[in-house]
Ligand binder design. Sequence first.
Ligand code: FES
Length: 772
Amino acid sequence: MPQLKLTVNGVDRTLDVPANRFLAEVLRYDLKLTGTKIGCEEAECGACTVIVNGQPVDSCIYPAFKAQGADVLTIEGLAGADGSNLHPLQEAFVVHGATQCGFCTPGFIMQAKTLLDENADPSDAEIKECLKDTFCRCTGYKSILSAVKAAGEKMRTGHLPLPEIPDVVEPLEQIGKPHARPDAVEKVIGIALYTDDYLFDGMLHGATLRSAYPHARIVGMDTSKAQALPGVHAVLTHEDVPGDPRHGLVENDWPVFAGGKYPARYVGDPLALVVADTDELAHEALALIDVAYDVLPAVTDPVNARKPDAPVLHPDRPTGNLLKHIKVRSGDVDKGFAEADVIVERTYRTPMTEHAFMEPECSVAVPAGFDADHEKLTVYVGSQIPYSDRRQVAKSLGLEDEDVRVKGTLMGGGFGGKEDIAGQVHAALAAQVTGRPVKILYNREESLRFHPKRHATLIRVKTGAKKDGTLVAVEAELYGDSGAYASLGEKVMTRATTHATGPYVVENSKIDCYAMYTNNAPCGAFRGFGVTQSAFAVESNMDILAQELGIDPVEFRRKNAMRVGTTTATGQLLRESVGMLECLEKVENGIRNWRLKNDELRIKNGASELGAQPNHHSSFINLWEPLRIGKKIFAWGLAAGYKNTGLGGGAPDKSTAEVEVFPDGTAAIRTSSAEMGQNLIGVLAACTAEELGLPFDKVRVLVMDTDLTPDGGPTTASRQTYVSGNAARLAARSMREQMQAVLAEKFDVHPDVIAFHEGLAYVDEAAGAGGR
Ligand code: FES
């Protein structure tokens, strides 16, 4: 092998590496500097940015030997490994909350460093230009921009400006106050561990053969050539699955491998897994597997899938391609439309959408007894539902749940796309068969092809209103393309259905939704969970209706807005906290004020120079009239939406957390709920600290471990702050009450006067009931 000599973070390195290695691979896998991330392998996302001889490069496509003799700086080279001596950028990313899932963070910091090294006082435009090829899916970039500016100021003045904290709530002792995320420092210095960062001695690599056809019976498969390739340890197919051949979040309909009685049902269905010494070798072996397909007719449209002559994907289901027919009925829809002065009926299509989390899926499984840390079969994975993973892995391997441990790793974003099984079962099976740790890492293309997406929908919606703008009826028919497997299709499309009247009072409704199986990629959870699709259709109709009625679109929405005391189409009485009117007012005022300010500017600078526009210095402003300023035209749109929080639909919306306190005045909170960048760990720490009267940083948080943390339920439906936050709060409160009882007995006082503050318990006669 050729020899590579380079300096990395000030240390001279000499390595024997294959000539086709990329720099990111050398850094991550040969030097174990896993702070440099790989997100796309196409120099598109910037997660792999490192600095070579002072210049930023995308190390995922940068040939390692191009760095021969070069000086390479990675995220690990900016600060001490213990988080000491943070670079101003690292410090600013922590303080300004510019790291969420953190997968993009090293790339951003390295890219921004090259800018600040040349110009420590860059303009917003210069920062945006510098970071334009570095992607973040979590933050929305605002905090990143403010962090880079703040770092520049620190470099110039030695002073790091703090972010502006909106004064929206009355803070308690800990809750409502700004705290740096508990994992922020490890994310900015590059030691935070995502699944692909786990490396074990003797680890093998798995690669998955996927169906080339959307619908086909597998009539033959010859794996002998792949098996014979030196370095290949196993080729696994459906015949090697010892337990349940199918898995699924809700419906058990997704084969571990297509084959035998289960056809391939989409391009991407797994047919075989090759386990080899290296990832490259495993992929090489895939090409040696011969598959004989009996290609079947495919259906790729949910409307066609409901037709009687459509190919049936799951013949064992009594409802054929219909996954679920969901209905909502309220009032008398015919009577409602009879009262309408204007009726608008349109049909809308929304596309399938990809989550594009920055970190592609990865699973690592370590067999039972491999070493002292792995008494049982252990799966490392970034998963939104660790206990569900454990159940599905155990079932397909023919094991008891307790025989499997799922250890959650940090996740480079999930957004609903990491709820279903990806490589977990395959990795566990491969580890069982080979007796060695096995890693399965999807590349971006495989991730795109494989995992469940946002549902494509077809939505026909008919909306009726009276002349005065009162909505009287909504009738809707929705088709949701759930793809080849159920995933969470039924639940997602239920949300689309229950929200199909929008956030408005509509007395009469008739809504039918058909969640359909097709031969497309499966569809499941994605932020918004079905509501985004129906909101698009509902709001489009609202704008057309407003126009036909000659009513301002904000006024039209305000007139029909849900408020406290109204009832939804599904019969739920809204008892409290309905912010629709307040929200509309704020948005409307925001637009109006912006227009007024810019209109004044226009007048001041001379209307002729900035474009002829009516003078809006009257109380009436047509908010929707485009405003031209110079060569730019500004225009606004407004849409309203609402979304349930929690699982709903009668599902048990519960979580569990346990708290432990230690003699050194610290506490630990544990739940299996998932941290995927949303800072659940900060929420749990704050809730626990609040109840126990502890400083925020005296609470340690452990999440996502089925052996060490109780079941927090699925991390989905925007529910964790409420359910796991409350579980933490109640567990901590119970702990506090027990400590109060013990201390009261010891000091012969009433429990209510035992107070807790800054990690100390003391008697406070003035504390009164509850103590604090
Ligand atoms: Fe940027 Fe998650 S914090 S991708």
